[in-house]
Design a protein around this ligand. Structure first.
Ligand SMILES: [Fe+2]
Length: 213
């Protein structure tokens, strides 16, 4: 199966990366539990938090510039997948800081359909791995290209009707950018960490979706 994702290391320059990490630390009290049957994590929804004052957030500014940079456009243009092909037509993206601690889950799912089975407008998933000098092991994104039916009657999101075959693993590494079509099955197995004191000892990412509304 042909690899159907883009990985770019050293996504943010050193100065930007430091600003992003400083902002993440400053938002420790803004993380809220986000809980679905297939997904448990703590999140900051930056688009909501900074509504009406986006320029106050270094992360929002940096991510917007970096996501739609010429380098990313060239990398995306080299992909034949129709979801990548529509990148130039996208008109929205969202931005979360997500923290996973041991026991929290991100099981196999896709991100492109509503519970009623209709396309939700989200074409691409992006993730920037952020290592806050964390202590965990794991945290890799696992991807399947298998066509497994969704069970769409569940309340939120979509669920495979069987465990998809594991095809690719994208290892967690500080400042690594990953982007892939939302229809791909993906998961992040629970991280391992013997003892932790704060969410910053867990798996941190800046992530979101890019799409058409
Ligand atoms: Fe996802």
């Amino acid at each position: 199966m042909t690899e159907n994702f883009i990985v770019m290391d050293n996504f943010l320059n050193k100065g930007y990366l430091k600003k992003c990490k400083d902002e993440i630390r400053s938002l420790e009290d803004s993380f809220k539990l986000f809980e679905l049957p297939i997904y448990v994590a703590k999140r900051v929804d930056l688009d909501t938090l900074y509504m009406g004052r986006r320029s106050d957030s270094p992360i929002l500014r940096v991510i917007e510039d970096s996501l739609f940079s010429d380098v990313i456009k060239i990398l995306v243009a080299a992909k034949y997948d129709p979801y990548f092909r529509l990148f130039g037509k996208t008109n929205f993206h969202n931005t979360f800081i997500t923290a996973h601690l041991p026991g929290e889950i991100c099981s196999w799912h896709t991100d492109d359909v509503l519970p009623n089975g209709l396309f939700n407008g989200e074409l691409l998933n992006y993730v920037v791995y952020i290592d806050m000098d964390s202590k965990f092991t794991g945290g890799n994104i696992e991807i399947s290209y298998e066509q497994v039916d969704n069970i769409k009657e569940k309340p939120v999101g979509c669920y495979p009707d069987k465990e998809p075959r594991l095809d690719d693993v994208i290892e967690f590494k500080d400042n690594r950018f990953v982007i892939f079509p939302t229809y791909l099955w993906h998961q992040v197995p629970p991280i391992k960490c013997d003892n932790y004191e704060s969410i910053f000892d867990g798996r941190i990412s800046i992530n979101g979706h890019i799409g058409i509304r």
